[in-house]
Design a protein. Sequence first.
Length: 421
Amino acid sequence: MAMDPVEEAIVAARVRLLFNYAFFGMLATRLVVVDASKWCRSMASDGKHLFYNREFVKALTPDELLFMIGHQVLHCAYDHLGRRGGRDRQFWDPAIDFVVNWTLSQEKLGVMPQGGLLDSRYTDDVGAEEIYRLLQTNGTSNLKSLDQHLDLNGEDGDGDGDEDGEGTATPRGGKDPRGNPDPGSETGVDYTKSPPVYTEDELNSLRNQVKAALINAIQSNTGNVPGGVVRLVNDFVNPTIDWRELLTQTIQSTFKEDYTFNQPSKRSWGLGGGCSVILPGQKWGSTVDICISLDTSGSISNDIFTAFLSEVRGIVEQYDDFRLHIWCIDAAIYNPQVFTPHNVDELDSYQPAGGGGNDFPLNWTYMRDNDIEPELFVVFSDGYPCGSWGDPDYCDTIFVIRNDWDKNIEAPFGLTVYMDD
């Protein structure tokens, strides 16, 4: 059965992003594509879905479609919908479009469709909040956005999610009527008929998922990320994020969002002009395979170690199948063990060992010597290595830091998050 030509065009654009603008491509390909022609006048995103109007997409050139998908990606990356905070939409909507369109123009990503908002005075250096203030001060109004900006938590009062007053939103309330509080769950939801509206808890969870995906995309595409996005992420990575949610989503991203040509996508197609294109298929991991290092240097108390171990147990309980390599470290490696669902109960009796200084590079030496190449390496520590932090190139790494005296430590590579006391 042939693919729908409009969906085919969207898939082709996302693959172009994946190959030519990898940062944008990673974020675009995680969005679930939804034909929302009944309520969406152009394109929109809630951070989980990419909504589109068929007639709008059909009227775009391939380069304009590339731009519009990049436009949605940046709205998600900048957390524009979550940052609105009750501001007047007649000024906020154009403000965030000025930022996004300027960024895309700097990245030379596609071609902006006619009518897009672009002004050299309004850049990502200025920021959406300041542009909003300037537009208000100048009395600038009636500026139209290319895309549709959703009202995800119904703060406009009518709950239609559409600045033009079209469409009827999916009712709020978490389990009712959807029966599933997970934002983006497709069970019992028909987003083709109405835009989503989330409860506050749902929206916060969804925003954390986007932040985790964003950080993962940045880590994977160093030097290929708009400067404004990098600056925003520097503000993200602090204790205001639910660090457990961030850790969970980052772990999931290491084995869920991967692409391989060994299993080509069934959506591969021939593009015209005799050029045949094979699309990468998505590779879904069946087992979570991670390594965890527990700092047992002299500054780590028994209470902190117990908290580390409790969080480790919390990580593995989220998965049906896992392989967990765990060890203690100070100036040496102690008590290395492997836990699977068959012996996970023994994790509760895992004992600390050590008590001296912390030699972080030994973690990577141990993994190399034992031919261990994890999907993700999680280091629980107080953030004080004796010298080097370790090897930035061996594997993806998360440093989970807990101490009572310095909340500004940041590892020179990987992701640093702070564990709540």
